[in-house]
Each structure stands twice: as C-alpha cells, then as structure tokens.
Design a protein around this ligand. Structure first.
Ligand SMILES: C[S@@+](CC[C@H](N)C(=O)[O-])C[C@H]1O[C@@H](n2cnc3c(N)ncnc32)[C@H](O)[C@@H]1O
Length: 240
C-alpha cells in the first residue's frame, strides 16, 4: 500500500488526513502552479459530463477545497450538492471559498469518510470524485459505498491521474512528476512527503481499463474511460 509517511505507525487513512490538513493552506495555489492551470480544464470537462446527465442531487466525495462542488453549483443550477472530505482543514478552506462565492445555500460541506458514508441507499443521482480515489485506504470498499448511495441509473464520475504511455511524453512526464514537482511541492507546502507520495500513488494506481475493471467488480455497468492531455489524466464513468 502506498502511504505518505513511511516512518509513521499510523494507518493510511490517518496519514492521508494529516497530510491534507498540513497542506490545506497551500493546496489551491500549488495545484494551479504545478499543473500549469491544466487541472482546471480537466475539472470543467468532468462537470460538463455530469451536467449532461441532469442530476438533482450530487455528492462530491474528497471535495477538498470544493473546486468541483463550486463548479457544479455554477454550471448545474437545478442541483443541490454535498461536498464530503476526510480532512477538517480542507473542509474549513472549502467553507471559506463557498461563502465568498455566495453558494452556501447550494453546497453543504461535511467532514466524513468515503469508505463509510453517512447516507442512506439510493440517495444521489451523481457522485463525483476528483483526485480522491487514489487516496482511499480500501479502494473497493470506497467504490462499493458510492454504489450503495447512488440511485438506480445514477452515475459515478471519477477524475484521476493516469500514466501516459507515449514516448517521449511518458519520460518527460515522469521526470517532471518524479523530480521537479516533489521539490517545488515540498518547498512551498513544507511537507516533504506529500508530493513524493503524489508521484508514488499515481504509479501504483490501477488506471484506464484496470480501474473500469474495479468499477465493474463493484457492480457498475456501462463503465468507460476517456484520457485527457496525452493520458496524464483520465475521466471514468459508471452507471448503477
Ligand atoms: C488531492 S485532494 C482532491 C481535492 C479536490 N477533489 C480537487 O480535485 O481539488 C484529495 C482529497 O481527498 C480527501 N480524501 C482522501 N481519502 C478520503 C476518504 N477516505 N474520504 C473522504 N475524503 C478523502 C483528502 O482529504 C483530500 O482533501
């Protein structure tokens, strides 16, 4: 299992919570800087795909600082949105952002664990997770929980890093992601492990067909994926 703090005796979930609490203050700035703004484009594409399915109730898991929840509120006017995250400090930043944008009446923000969701079966039309599944302690348990809370016909939307395969882009990407990004990330966030963990967790994540296989196994049907930016990132969709 890939974990952020190899010397720690805590389990993955506690380590992930601590890591995101630590970097919460720099998270948005670093994201924009290190992705050269491209992640914003991927997030918009994901929200466009969600809008297409006309959902009324959306759960955004691993909402972080609520980027996706805010885009959903702006682009999908009929939807009410819950953003859920393991890290109380990420949720604090999310609340500030949502208030500043005047969207508190549309977005409810809660601290919670995706592997044990505090919702009844068949509660949501869509569940989104952007750059979150890679951090689950138990991937299948998290996906099965999402399946449980979705309405029949509801969809899961997962945005996640993947590993590009095309030469020489693959080599360039690995050099940037494995060497440059952890140095800048560690320097700005003051957390040495967080951005090394980012590279390692992307390397060990089951991407493309391997992830749609996980969705299949957890009960989803019509599972598909679409790669963005030469395979750096991928959008996965499955239906209950
Ligand atoms: C890389 S951030 C992504 C934030 C946001 N979705 C975005 O795209 O900017 C990953 C988030 O997943 C959250 N997370 C990790 N494991 C989780 C779990 N089991 N349940 C809920 N949130 C979790 C972390 O606390 C963190 O805020």
């Amino acid at each position: 299992m890939t974990i952020p703090y190899k010397e720690s005796s805590k389990g993955k979930k506690d380590q992930i919570r601590s890591m995101f609490d630590n970097i919460s203050g720099n998270y948005d700035r670093l994201n924009q800087m290190l992705s050269l703004g491209v992640e914003r484009i991927w997030k918009k594409k994901m929200v466009k795909a969600i809008k297409h399915t006309n959902p009324k109730k959306i759960l955004d898991i691993a909402t972080g600082t609520a980027d996706i929840a805010v885009l959903q509120a702006e682009k999908i006017p009929q939807a009410s949105i819950i953003g859920l995250d393991l890290s109380p400090k990420m949720i604090d930043f999310a609340k500030g952002k949502v208030e500043r944008k005047g969207l508190s009446h549309r977005i409810d923000l809660v601290v919670g664990d995706s592997e044990s969701l505090p919702y009844e079966e068949n509660s949501f039309d869509a569940v989104s997770i952007s750059f979150g599944v890679r951090n689950f302690e138990n991937l299948e348990k998290g996906i099965e929980e999402i399946y449980r809370v979705l309405n029949k016909g509801g969809r899961i939307f997962v945005l996640e890093f993947s590993k590009p395969t095309i030469f020489p882009f693959k080599q360039l990407f690995n050099f940037y992601f494995g060497n440059i990004l952890p140095r800048i990330g560690s320097w700005v966030s003051k957390d040495k492990s967080a951005y090394t963990y980012l590279f390692e967790s992307v390397q060990s994540f089951p991407d493309f067909e391997k992830f749609t296989d996980v969705l299949d196994k957890c009960g989803f049907k019509n599972c598909k994926w679409k790669a963005f930016t030469l395979g750096i990132c991928c959008l996965y969709i499955g239906e209950k």
